[in-house]
Design a protein around this ligand. Structure first.
Ligand code: XUL
Length: 528
């Protein structure tokens, strides 16, 4: 329970499969948490994993927009049952799946501003969407539009330089272009276009909320540096796209006060602020506590890196987004497909299917492994685009095998982490004195692996207890937006309570510096 007079903050998370809410105090401690699962609690929409996949066209993955509205009605009811005192909430923010889009019908803005507090939102907004099924981030039906996006600016590298990513079928720009071409009538009847994050913010705001810079950088539409829609890309989206999208705004900026609907229906304070909602990846960066000098490494089925960048250097197949905490900074996401499954296969082949044995063999070999590097791409890798097993000696010559299983194991682990370091540096991350690594995901419980991660990056490695980082990030956005708006100089709570697990050996850079250089030569020579 919130202490008397203590302000509370509401964070929402509209992810693929569910809508969640968390109420926190100003120390970011959770007071309440509620969830609405789409498949099980809204069965009338027949979703599977939160989306509707077309049998005839399996690339098409949509969700009824009104289902998300109804989920909010249900969630609010659950918060009432949990005795949440809405009058104590001073600010709201949220996070949502990136790239998905919502198409508001002409007149929707008017409807949003005049909602009847005695009735549910979904009943009043049922006909407010010109495209009733929102394309989600899982949709991949925009092949031809994608081609047009890259051609419009002179190729994939150019598009990545401008927008932070080469074109992707799930990205919102090509999705809007497809709708305007295939369904010109509905496009014409579209008053405004939202991302899923700004759509959810709109419901609280009582008017269409602007898109924040961070989520806008997942659209292949915005110029990362100027924070404006790129005119040549905007043109591909259809007539009047600029008006339909509205101008993007800084992340975590205060958008205004909560709508009278929520004040009258739920007893919110009319001064309660709505702070710009963002995408789940930017919010995760916030919630994980990644700040300048920190690198987040999630070790899962695939390994994903979250980086804080001051100067972005886009690479093909990596994503650069505007930083949600600092409009002059950037963040990057790098995804490596061959993570835990590749590590497991090596374990099964060389370490009798035992992690203990794997760790024992790993620790019995010298750091640097005599210069041997192993790259094991069981699945077509993203960074670099490569497939198969490759083994190299310290002269970068290709070998058919290594002489022992210990060498195989260390080569595989060092190869993975050196590759992550190579691409981190390429995209603009500066590994230096103050660099710290936050390891999350299943494999972050393996200390022997983390020691190699620490040595290859020459940086200490920390872990933290698992939390829903996107949702905690959303609550943090609310606190940040609120304090910035009130110009309060309170110290913000930090979501991160990291525990130091490993530190690099002193000579790690002497060993791994030259190996990264070798790997760079190998990647350029063999995979690019
Ligand atoms: C990122 C992406 C996913 C969604 C999931 O590019 O597509 O992480 O944001 O919600």
């Amino acid at each position: 329970m919130a202490k008397d007079g203590q302000p509370c903050f509401l964070g929402l998370d509209l992810s693929t499969q569910q809508l969640k809410a968390v109420v926190v105090n100003d120390e970011l401690e959770t007071l309440h948490e509620e969830t609405v699962n789409f498949d099980t609690e809204l069965p009338e929409y027949r979703t599977n994993g939160g989306v509707n996949i077309q049998k005839m066209n399996p690339g098409q993955a949509t969700a009824r927009t009104v289902m998300w509205v109804k989920a909010l009605d249900l969630l609010m009811d659950k918060l009432i049952v949990a005795s949440v005192d809405f009058s104590k909430i001073v600010a709201i923010s949220g996070t949502a799946q990136q790239h998905g889009s919502v198409y508001w019908q002409n007149g929707a803005q008017e409807t949003l501003g005049n909602l009847d507090p005695s009735n549910f939102l979904h009943a009043q907004l049922a006909t407010s969407f010109s495209i009733p099924d929102s394309p989600t981030w899982m949709d991949s039906t925009t092949k031809s539009e994608c081609q047009a996006f890259e051609e419009a600016v002179g190729g994939p590298e150019k598009l990545a330089m401008i927008t932070g990513s080469r074109v992707y079928e799930r990205f919102t720009g090509p999705q809007i272009a497809k709708i305007s071409q295939q369904n010109p009538g509905a496009y014409r009847n579209t008053e405004r276009i939202s991302l899923v994050s700004s759509f959810l913010a709109s419901l609280f705001l009582g008017r269409i909320a602007p898109i924040d810079y961070s989520d806008a950088s997942g659209m292949n539409l915005m110029d990362l540096r100027t924070k404006k829609w790129h005119p040549d890309l905007l043109k591909l989206c259809g007539p009047n796209a600029a008006q339909k999208l509205g101008d993007p705004v800084p992340s975590c900026s205060c958008l205004g006060m909560i709508s009278s609907y929520f004040v009258e229906r739920y007893g919110f304070d009319k001064e309660c602020k709505v702070v710009a909602f963002s995408g789940d990846n930017p919010s995760s960066l916030i919630g994980m506590g990644i700040r300048n000098d920190w690198l987040g490494v999630s070790l899962g089925t695939s390994d994903t890196l979250f980086l804080w960048l001051t100067e972005p250097k886009p690479v093909l197949n990596g994503h650069i987004l505007c930083n949600p905490l600092d409009s002059n900074a950037y963040m990057a996401m790098l995804c490596f497909k061959n993570g835990s499954l590749a590590r497991e296969r090596i374990r099964n082949k060389y370490a009798e299917k035992s992690w203990d044995k794997f760790n024992e063999l790993l620790e019995s070999t010298p750091r640097g492994n005599f210069g041997y590097i192993g790259l094991y791409f069981d699945d077509l890798e993203i960074l670099p685009p490569a497939l198969g097993e490759k083994r190299y000696n310290k002269e970068c010559q290709l070998l058919s095998k290594f002489s022992s299983r210990e060498i195989e194991i260390r080569a595989a682990v060092e190869g993975q982490f050196l590759l992550r370091r190579l691409y981190s540096e390429r995209i603009g991350f500066k590994i230096g004195e103050g660099t710290k690594i936050l390891a999350t995901g299943g494999a972050s419980s393996n200390k022997s692996l983390l020691q190699v991660l620490s040595d290859t990056f020459g940086s200490p490695v920390y872990t933290q207890k698992n939390l829903n980082s996107a949702m905690i990030g959303a609550a943090y956005q609310a606190i940040l937006g609120y304090t910035r708006e009130k110009k309060e100089t309170v110290s913000l709570p930090e979501p991160l309570t990291p525990k130091l697990v490993c530190e690099p050996y002193r000579d790690s850079e002497e060993i791994y510096g030259p190996m990264v250089q070798n790997l760079k030569n190998i990647v350029t020579r063999d995979f690019e």
